[in-house]
Design a protein around this ligand. Structure first.
Ligand code: SAM
Length: 256
């Protein structure tokens, strides 16, 4: 990501309907899992730190990112976090095995600087303590790939089934998975078609700006229905993004 993109991202994240909706969904899945504080939490690819305070509410949080610009902004947002500058492609070299009870991966596997998502997930699996959880939210459906993804340094989007398979191949047990942001799916499919046919390299769609207040509020409230459904165990088959919760097998559970 370009350095100015981190500042742009941070400026809109507190207010923007998409980020607020994502936070709401992440909380819905995490809150029942960790009624008591856990030992250590990793925000993998924390960027400018928008999820550090959420993850930090479950236990002491470490934010990892290669970008010094991102980490500097993150320090301002959540000074309690331990921040580590490093390449997630070699994350197993940065921390001891079984260091974390919870790992969050939000919009990172999508990034062009991730060489092999499966290898990264395999390493994250090693870093999880037995019984620990990995929660990820990533861009869904390769067919929705468009100019906006290129500008956000996104190299790939994931089919929901592909993501479940990757997590399982990495040795994790997938407990829940769903798509989200369903209402945007068909407009996004149309945009992808138009983008790929018409737009020149360098054109911008400008999703990193806040929409007008009324529209921002309307979209957030519209998605309340979706968050209610997902909160009640519904797994949506379509959406612009996906979310998966996976667990590392508890070693004691395999003893008998
Ligand atoms: C779209 S941003 C998401 C930031 C944050 N997770 C969030 O949800 O707001 C993608 C992040 O992935 C980070 N990233 C890219 N390549 C990485 C790598 N090899 N290892 C770790 N993080 C990486 C980027 O620096 C950037 O902060």
């Amino acid at each position: 990501m370009k350095p100015q993109a981190f500042a742009q991202l941070q400026a809109v994240q507190q207010e923007h309907w998409w980020f607020r909706h994502r936070q709401r969904l992440l909380c819905q899945w995490l809150d029942p899992l960790f009624p008591k504080p856990v030992t250590r939490v990793l925000d993998f690819g924390c960027g400018s730190g928008s999820n550090l305070s959420l993850l930090g509410s479950f236990g002491p949080v470490v934010g990892l990112d290669p970008s010094l610009t991102g980490l500097t902004l993150a320090k301002g947002v959540y000074p309690q976090a331990s921040l580590v500058q490093g390449d997630g492609n070699q994350v197993a070299r940065l921390f001891a095995p079984a260091s974390f009870d919870l790992i969050g991966v939000f919009g990172v596997l999508y990034h062009q600087n991730i060489q092999d998502p499966l290898q990264v997930l395999q390493q994250l699996q090693q870093l999880l303590a037995p019984g620990g959880y990995l929660l990820l939210a990533e861009a869904a459906f390769p067919m929705l790939y468009r100019q906006h993804d290129r500008q956000a340094a996104g190299a790939r989007r994931f089919h929901p089934r592909q993501m479940v398979t990757l997590l399982e191949e990495a040795g994790l047990l997938v407990e829940r998975s769903t798509c989200w942001n369903l209402p945007a799916f068909f407009p996004a499919a149309l945009l992808a078609l138009v983008d790929n046919l018409l737009l020149q390299e360098g054109d911008t769609i400008g999703e990193l700006t806040l929409p007008p207040v009324w529209l921002n509020q309307f979209l957030y409230h519209l998605l309340t229905v979706e968050s209610w459904m997902i909160g009640h165990g519904v797994s949506l088959p379509l959406g612009v993004s996906l979310m998966c919760l996976a667990r590392k097998a508890d070693e004691t559970a395999n003893c008998g």
